[in-house]
Design a protein around this ligand. Structure first.
Ligand SMILES: CN(C)C(=N)NCCC[C@H](N)C(=O)O
Length: 246
């Protein structure tokens, strides 16, 4: 944090923010929409009936994995642009200095498209899919499990329960997702750094050889600290909207 602040001022912390904001509504709609509908198809019970007839954890896991798989493809281009902008560490255009590589998200998307082709926008998508498919299954199972532990049978979880369960579900999923998150980000940066990996496994092996196994947990603390409030609010909004419109 200190280094980022010194090098890039307070603006450094907001790098690559506009794209995640634009994408989050779409990505979360796909995730929660697919999850709810997959659960409906698997259990044939509506959201309201689910408190009396709770779905099995296997069904919750399958529905979560399906949502994770499909959301990964919507997320891939937005995530790539975020990673590229966040890794661009030159301070903002200094007088006389070289201009930054990417001038903003639109310029970043256009440059990737021109230099790396349309498939370039999906660089790392495979690693992202591998990261999100099982970890979103774990995400929804953790949430359901925590809600059920804290709620008497047949009742709806309180707002506090939803907030706490959502927060811990976010942390659990990020703990399991961090190793693949590290690999995904490295593969996304590879096109820019003119460094090619032979594939996911090659990236894993060469990262571990050069930096040790600790590399797979880089960013875990900050991911977890971020995950609690983000996912507490996400689940509270989800439950509230289902209650309102369901
Ligand atoms: C890759 N992983 C762990 C997840 N996508 N986990 C679910 C949390 C999603 C939420 N939008 C977030 O960014 O925390």
């Amino acid at each position: 944090m200190v280094k980022t602040y010194r090098h890039e001022s307070i603006l450094g912390f907001f790098k690559g923010m506009s794209f995640p904001i634009a994408s989050i509504a779409v990505v979360n709609s796909v995730l929660f929409g697919v999850y709810s509908n997959a659960l409906l198809a698997l259990t044939a019970t509506s959201h309201h009936e689910r408190r009396l007839q709770p779905p099995s954890y296997t069904h919750v896991f399958i529905a979560g994995c399906t949502g994770g798989f499909l959301q990964a493809y919507c997320l891939a281009p937005f995530d790539l642009i975020k990673v590229r902008l966040q890794n661009q560490t030159e301070p903002r255009a200094r007088q006389g200095g070289p201009p930054p590589r990417y001038r903003g998200p639109v310029h970043c998307a256009a440059s990737i498209f021109q230099e790396e082709g349309p498939r370039g926008l999906f660089r790392g998508a495979w690693a992202l899919t591998l990261r999100d498919t099982p970890t979103l299954g774990i995400y929804f199972v953790s949430y359901e499990w925590l809600c059920r532990q804290a709620t008497p049978g047949g009742q709806n979880p309180s707002s506090t329960t939803v907030l706490v369960a959502g927060g811990f579900a976010g942390i659990t999923s990020w703990v399991t997702a961090t190793p693949l998150d590290v690999i995904k980000s490295r593969m996304q940066m590879a096109g820019l750094e003119q460094r090619e990996y032979q594939g996911l496994l090659d990236c894993m092996v060469s990262s571990a050889r050069q930096e040790g196994l600790g590399v797979f947990f880089r960013g875990l603390t900050i991911n977890s600290a971020r995950a609690f409030p983000v996912n507490a609010v996400t689940f509270l909004s989800y439950e509230y909207l289902l209650h309102l419109w369901g």
